[in-house]
Design a protein around this ligand. Structure first.
Ligand SMILES: [Zn+2]
Length: 232
């Protein structure tokens, strides 16, 4: 099993995540839009420069956090590229990883993003394999409830994981997520991408739950850099 963490939107609360990733020595990828049309403040260039390290890396998330399916295809490239240029100017090196705002895309959008980025991540859940192309994550770190986990596992044909959830349906949500991941560690080809938003962690008081997960031996032992998840 490989496990990696990535966080979207570049909210100011990401600074708490920087601390956790450094504390546990676990790599984290942070997708930052240049600004957020939903009105949430984003990290400043100074904050990003100060944070970048072995454990804190940055990727693109569009210029305005615009859902790319909501604008004409001719504008998609601008949204993607302006943010890439901004991040590269801020950090002084190439930015290779991109995350789709709201997880929204079409094949045409992927073609455009692929011209500029090495990797693309969606905002799905309950996917435990990487089969090429855009990466669909395993766990949205948010208390969605067992029903949502089960529904997504079935929709994504993650049958062993769906069966595991059904068997442990009544377990506390984050204990279930943790034991679901622990159960993946014997599977060599399993890819567990955990993703979320620091502003959700703050709103739902999930910092303690996240730290509990990061402390687990099976997480420390199997944590890899973000791009490792795209290697087959
Ligand atoms: Zn986002």
């Amino acid at each position: 099993m490989k496990i990696a963490f990535s966080w979207d939107d570049g909210a100011l609360e990401d600074q708490k995540l920087f601390e956790l990733h450094e504390k546990y020595g676990i790599p984290g990828m942070f997708f930052v839009p240049t600004r957020n049309c939903e009105g949430r403040e984003v990290l400043t260039p100074e904050m990003m420069r100060a944070a970048e390290s072995e454990c804190v890396r940055f990727g693109g998330h569009t210029e305005n956090h615009t859902y790319l399916t909501s604008i004409p295809l001719e504008e998609v490239e601008q949204e993607v590229l302006l943010n890439k240029v901004f991040l590269e100017h801020t950090l002084g090196h190439e930015i290779e990883d991109f995350c789709l705002p709201g997880g929204k895309y079409t094949p045409e959008i992927l073609d455009i993003v692929n011209k500029h980025y090495k990797t693309i991540r969606t905002a799905d859940t309950m996917n435990f394999k990487y089969t090429g192309g855009e990466l669909k994550p395993a766990i949205h770190f948010y208390p969605r409830g067992s029903k949502s986990l089960l529904g997504n596992a079935i929709r994504n044909r993650s049958i062993p994981q769906g069966a595991y959830i059904a068997l442990h349906y009544k377990m506390n949500y984050f204990e279930l997520v943790s034991s679901l991941i622990r159960n993946e560690q014997r599977k060599e080809d399993s890819v567990v991408m955990v993703w979320g938003h620091s502003w959700e962690l703050e709103k739902e008081h999930l910092w303690g739950e996240l730290e509990k997960l990061m402390k687990q031996d099976f997480v420390k032992k199997n944590a890899v850099g973000y791009q490792e998840c795209f290697r087959r």
